[in-house]
Write a protein that binds this ligand. Structure first.
Ligand SMILES: C[S@@+](CC[C@H](N)C(=O)[O-])C[C@H]1O[C@@H](n2cnc3c(N)ncnc32)[C@H](O)[C@@H]1O
Length: 424
């Protein structure tokens, strides 16, 4: 199958439902160069979709559906190649005319041909424009509940940029920063700016580090002196935080509802030469009411994941208010159930990779109202970084939560962390 045909199918799938970057692996028949091209093309189409829709509007009066149809999808993909990849105009236009005939109908070729020719004519000027909007109106509406226009604008500008690769190292972060030519962030993250195949980088096969966005490392970073402590990782797979906990010497029980995702967790731990005390495939809502007690319970809850929009730009096109409501309902149930597993004077860490306050700040405020035996254990910037903690003050809210947004620290995932204490 033609690689643009494959890219079209992935682009369509990602507009139909949010799916993880792993879905690129479905097309394992592609060699690594073609797979990289497909991935780059789809991600760029998702990042430039709204901007290119506006360009199309300059050339044609025809209405464009909010979710682009097959004709407009082919134009968007073609425009990405012409404007940003600089593939030769003639070959590009031809390929997308044929693709439109195949994916839409045999009459679509003329329209696609006409628009792409105009884009070829004006490409130098269009490519110089700032590529906004990135966020469709419906996604801005979601963010408007919690942030003002200026902040949303700043998030949008940060989120359109392809993110650097963050890794968490088991030890010697300064050495690894030097070896890999990266920059240390916090206590154990190294930020790498070069692209390339992750598993070809030094130390990957030896299990010296794993891929984890800086924000995602913060829930466990807030836990000090946990050697020998009993920790329950309630929503553990694929295991980034499980690995951090074990690496800090905790005795970890890792639980997840998905047996498939737990297989990934096991593979990851094996590569890292780390082992959990117990790995349990179960629905936490059924398991937690009968659970033994733990010194620390980490609930890295399922969420709308809109904080990961830099790497998953499909999220801005697919998230709805109702998704957020559904996630918030499940998070509330998980929080209520987790209470039972926290020992007296124990710690409950709650985290989500979402920017919405319904899943973060407001969720925890409601939880505290209905569980007076829990209180906020305020997180400090020193917990995140032992050197130059003042740089991390911006991540700490007045209440002592961590609130990360993509426009902070040169680009990070949106994330929320609360550290709560169970009182006698
Ligand atoms: C945000 S991910 C966890 C990421 C993980 N903590 C890490 O750092 O790699 C949320 C996880 O919750 C799991 N999950 C969803 N509903 C669950 C439930 N009812 N019980 C247990 N796990 C659940 C999902 O399978 C998913 O792996």
């Amino acid at each position: 199958m033609d690689i643009r045909d494959i890219a079209f199918d992935i682009y369509k799938k990602s507009l139909d439902s949010v799916f993880s970057g792993d879905s690129f692996a479905e097309f394992s028949e592609l060699n690594s160069q073609d797979a990289a091209f497909v991935k780059r093309l789809v991600l760029m189409a998702l990042r430039r979709q709204e901007f290119i829709k506006n360009v199309i509007r300059e050339y044609a009066a025809k209405k464009i559906p909010a979710k682009p149809d097959a004709v407009h999808m082919t134009i968007i993909m073609g425009a990405v190649e012409i404007l940003y990849f600089r593939t030769p105009d003639y070959a590009t236009v031809n390929s997308y005319v044929n693709l439109a005939k195949k994916k839409a109908n045999k009459f679509a070729g003329g329209f696609v041909n006409a628009i792409l020719h105009k884009i070829c004519r004006d490409k130098d000027e269009i490519a110089k424009r700032a590529p906004f909007p990135f966020f469709p109106a419906a996604f801005v509406e979601i963010l408007r509940k919690d942030y003002d226009k200026k902040r949303i604008n700043s998030i949008e500008r940060a989120a359109v940029i392809e993110p650097a690769l963050d890794i968490t190292v088991k030890q010697n972060p300064d050495e690894w920063a030097l070896k890999l030519g990266g920059k240390k962030l916090g206590n154990s993250t190294i930020r790498l700016y070069q692209s390339g195949t992750v598993n070809e980088l030094e130390g990957f096969n030896e299990g010296c580090w794993w891929v984890q966005d800086f924000s995602s490392s913060l829930p466990v970073a807030t836990l000090k002196n946990i050697g020998g402590k009993k920790v329950l990782d309630v929503c553990a797979a694929p295991g980034g935080k499980t690995a951090q906990l074990i690496n800090k010497g905790a005795e970890v029980t890792a639980l997840d509802i998905s047996a498939e995702r737990l297989k990934l967790l096991e593979q990851n731990l094996e590569r890292l030469h780390l082992s959990a005390n117990q790995i349990i495939a179960a629905d936490a809502l059924e398991w937690l009411p009968h659970a033994p007690q733990f010194d620390i319970v980490l609930l890295d809850a399922p969420c709308s994941a809109d904080g990961t929009l830099r790497r998953h730009p499909e999220i801005v096109h697919t998230r709805t208010i109702s998704d957020i409501r559904q996630n918030a309902d499940l998070q509330k149930k998980l929080l209520d159930a987790a209470v039972n597993a926290v020992a007296e004077n124990g710690i409950l860490i709650y985290s989500v990779c979402s920017m919405t306050k319904d899943e973060g700040e407001k969720q925890i405020k409601k939880f505290l109202d209905s569980h007076p035996n829990f209180s906020i254990d305020p997180i400090k910037a020193e917990d995140i970084s032992s050197s130059m903690p003042e740089n991390f003050n911006q991540l700490i809210s007045q209440e002592g939560f961590i609130r990360c947004l993509p426009d902070m620290l040169g680009g990070i995932d949106g994330f929320f962390v609360a550290r709560l204490k169970k009182n006698n």
